[in-house]
Design a protein around this ligand. Sequence first.
Ligand code: OTD
Ligand code: ZN
Ligand code: ZN
Length: 350
Amino acid sequence: MPAPDRLVIRRPDDWHLHLREGAMLRAVLPFTARRFGRAIIMPNLKPPVTTVARARAYRDEIMAALPPGAAFRPLMTCYLTDGADPDEIDRGFRDGDWVAVKLYPAHATTNSAHGVTDLARVRPVLQRMERIGMPLLIHGEVTDPEIDIFDREAVFLERTLAPLLAEHPGLRIVLEHVTTADAVAFVRANAAGGRLGATITAHHLIVNRTHMFQGGIRPHLYCLPIAKRETHRLALREAAASGEACFFLGTDSAPHPIADKESACGCAGVFTAPSAIELYAEVFDEMGALDRLEAFASLNGPRFYRMDPNPGTITLQRGGETVPERVAVASGSEVLPFRAGEATRWRLLD
Ligand code: OTD
Ligand code: ZN
Ligand code: ZN
C-alpha cells in the first residue's frame, strides 16, 4: 500500500523538553504548544527546580506564557540532588505538582552541577519512589573523565543502570534520549511490566556523529548525549519505528542563544521544537512505518506514565514548510532551529 499523504493521529506529547524561563520561554513555548498536548518539563534551570514551591511557580510562568486558547499542559519534574527530602518529593507527587524525578549524574550535561554525586546519597528517595510508583527519569551517561565521550552511555548501562534496577525492582525508570544500539537492547531486555522505558529524540534519529563534522564543525548539531556512529542511529530508527511500548517521543529540544552555541566552548543542545512532530513523521515515512507514529508519539508515553492519551487529534500533510531561519528572543538574542531555513517534508495543519 502506498504511504498516505495525510495522517491523522491522536495529539502527541513530548516526554522530554527544555523550555527555559523568561524571554526564552516565551519565544520557544508556542512551537511546542501548537503540536503537543503535554510535555515533561525538564528542571535544569539556574538554580534547578528542587522544591514544590519552585515547580508551582515555574508551571505558573509557563501557563502565563501560553498563546491564547492553547490547551497545552506542562508536566513538571523535580531535579534530584544529594540529600533530597523524600517527604517533599512524595507530597509534590500526591498533590500533582510534579509527575517524576529527574536524575542527572553531577556534571553530565547542561546545568547538572547540582546533580547526584553518588546514588547512595539518594537511596531514601528512590525507595520512596518505588513505593509510590513515581517515575525516575535518567540522563544515562557516566561522568568519569577517563571514559570516552562516545562510550559514556553504554558504560552507564553496566555500571549504574543494571545495579539500580537490581536494587530497586519496583522503581519505574525512563532512560532519557537514548543514543546507542546498546541502550536500545538494554531497554528491550528490561522493559517487562512497564518498569523501563526510553525516550528518543528526533535529532538522534536523523544525525550521526559524522554529520557534526561535515565540511567543518557544526556547533548546532552538538548535544549531549553526543550523536554516535551510523549503526547506532539505525538502531534508534528501528526501535522508534517498531512501535514497541517501551519507546516514546521525547524531543529534548534545548534552545540556546546562537552566540552561546557558536563559541570557542559552545554549549550542548539542539532546538527542534519548531518542526518536532514533522521531523518524526519524516523518519517514520522513510521507515515505511507511518502507521506506527501514533503509538510512538501519542500512546506509549501516556501508558508508561499511567495517563490517558490526549483527547484530540492533529493532522499532518505531506509537503514542506520552511523552518524559520532564526527565532527571536525578546531579550535580544536569537535561537537557531534545527534545519533552519530548510523545508520540512511534512507540515502540520491547524
Ligand atoms: N542535552 N542540552 C541540554 C540538555 C540535554 O541532556 C539533556 O537533556 C540543555 O541545554 O539543557 C543537551 O545537549
Ligand atoms: Zn539529558
Ligand atoms: Zn534534556
